[in-house]
Design a protein around this ligand. Structure first.
Ligand code: GLC
Length: 519
């Protein structure tokens, strides 16, 4: 008999970008009190847990992904007492909380780096990567040809000690040297600090990058012009991940880590699960980068199944996050397509992650040049969540970024009042997923479908449960073979599926259905 699934395997998780979620203290930046105030909404929606993007003390060069104190809350978000209150409320509501953990780098203002850069003899010198210029060329030539993720080279010359330091992201984000056991121990201590407070786990930022070839060799000429993040796949990451996993496994309650491993192909992700002794889950961005084409989606889902299932690796699906234009915007802005995408995302095998606001069908804000603040050009998808139709949209002050389009009609309160809205579709899909063993735990198999349509079956044999999903990506109607008697559980374009009508094989343009066997 197979072991029952862990909580995070049957869960749907919801990413909150705290700056943009909900402001309570009136500075135009979201905060922990704001998250706390919206927990009732998240329970109503039906998500099982929250991943909070970084809330630690930070100079905000990369909006929190540059941490200067891992064990303090940045004052813009609140304080530790407020965090403990939030965590208590999350748990009281039967939900879970994951924090972002940024292991590859710190802020250049972190006391570790301040000490490291102060002298070549510093006890923390080797906590970061300090090197001479190539072939004795001092500040004229960096040690290797690596490029940084936001442009420019991955090295900055530091005149204090006349050496270069490595940063795969901004110069304000120096890379930690995980080959030094003291670094690993210190970062394990950070995990323990939050685990002791009761968090349920972590989302680990670009964690594949912590394994580096100690020789820091040049990238081959064909890769020399691209940044390392999407290609860096060094075996030394794996023993480090086993050490990290052991820290989590020391705690009761199925604490979990989902890793951001930015390597394109699912085949390259499977090793990061180890043999059940590394990451519990790894983000799979293959749909996030897929064009709006059902053949592409089918191929990518099948490829992920083939790469992950035999390895016992639990899949993770995501369509949007704080680094990428929102999927509705990517698919041309149509709400119908966003509804089809939601239906697929929430009926695949594996754990889906929602990005706050996708349940409202948000598109990216159009951010004028003078309001752009992100060094990576990602402001549009980080627009504030409009909570209601009033001019301030439920925010006590003008938010740090402009509103997404049509916030007067596209906001949480207005959509909650409309049973046919995309918000209610998400809610219905979440409920359908929770209620069906086939949807939250069953196997996945592709079905034959007419052009423009993606179709698959989910089966939980042990539980005698089956579901079928038919998703019409096209802008014309599609006629499908209903193949037996199936009733509509969820219809992406109408709430009237509640009456469980027998499906006739007809799919309206840009619409999807979730079917159950007719009684
Ligand atoms: C990850 C984060 C991104 C951040 C980068 C550096 O990709 O998702 O927002 O800028 O890592 O920490």
């Amino acid at each position: 008999m197979a072991a029952p699934p862990a909580w995070w395997q049957t869960a749907v998780l919801y990413q909150i970008y705290p700056r943009s979620f909900c402001d309570r203290d009136g500075d135009g930046i979201g905060d922990l009190a704001g998250v706390r105030a919206r927990l009732a909404y998240l329970r109503w929606l039906g998500v099982d847990g929250i991943w909070l993007s970084p809330i630690y003390r930070s100079p905000m060069a990369d909006f929190g992904y540059d941490v200067s104190d891992h064990c303090a809350i940045d004052p813009v978000f609140g304080d530790l007492a407020g965090f403990d209150g939030l965590l208590g409320d999350v748990h009281d509501g039967g939900q879970r909380l994951l924090l972002d953990w940024v292991p590859n780098h710190t802020s250049d203002r972190h006391p570790w780096f301040v000490e490291s850069r102060s002298s070549r003899a510093s006890a923390k010198r080797d906590w970061y990567f300090w090197r001479d210029g190539r072939d004795g060329q001092g500040d004229a030539e960096p040690p290797n040809n690596w490029r940084a993720a936001f442009g420019g080279r991955a090295w900055t010359w530091d005149p204090t000690t006349a050496q270069w330091y490595l940063h795969l992201f901004l110069p304000e984000q120096p890379d930690l040297n995980w080959a030094n056991p003291a670094v690993a121990e210190a970062m394990h201590g950070v995990l323990r600090f939050w685990l002791d407070r009761g968090v349920d786990g972590f989302r680990a930022d670009v964690i594949h990058l912590i394994g580096k070839d100690a020789a820091l060799p040049d990238q081959p000429p064909d890769l020399a012009e691209i940044d390392l993040v999407g290609v860096h796949d060094h075996p030394s990451a794996h023993p480090l991940l086993r050490g990290i996993r052991a820290v989590l496994d020391d705690y009761p309650g199925e604490r979990v880590m989902v890793g951001e491993v930015n390597l394109g192909s699912p085949r390259l992700l499977a090793p990061y699960y180890g043999t059940g002794d590394e990451l519990h889950m790894v983000f799979n961005f293959s749909l996030l980068w897929a064009p709006w084409d059902p053949l592409e989606w089918a191929a990518r889902i099948a490829e992920s199944e083939a790469a992950l299932t035999p390895a016992g690796a639990w899949p993770v699906w995501v369509l949007s996050n704080h680094d990428t234009p929102r999927h509705r915007a990517r698919y041309g802005g149509s709400e119908g397509r966003a509804r089809v995408a939601a239906t697929v995302l929430l009926t695949l095998r594996g754990t889906p992650f929602l990005y706050a606001g996708e349940e409202l069908g948000l598109r990216d804000a159009d951010v004028p040049a003078e309001r752009r603040v992100d060094p990576g050009g990602r402001d549009g998808c980080r627009a504030p969540i409009p909570w209601d139709g009033s001019p301030g949209h439920g925010w006590p002050a003008t938010p740090w970024l402009p509103w997404p389009p049509d916030a007067t009609s596209t906001n949480a309160a207005t959509l909650a009042d409309d049973a046919g809205s995309i918000l209610h579709l998400y809610r219905r899909l979440l409920a359908a997923r929770r209620a069906s063993a086939a949807l939250h735990a069953g196997s996945w198999a592709l079905l034959d479908a007419p052009p423009g349509v993606l179709a698959y079956e989910r089966t939980a044999k042990d539980m005698g449960d089956r579901r079928r999903v038919w998703a019409n990506f096209g802008d014309g109607a599609a006629e499908c073979s209903a193949d037996g008697r199936w009733t509509v559980q969820v219809d992406s374009s109408s709430p009237a599926a509640d009456d469980h009508r027998v499906w006739d094989g007809h799919l309206a343009p840009a619409s999807a259905v979730v079917l159950g066997p007719a009684g």
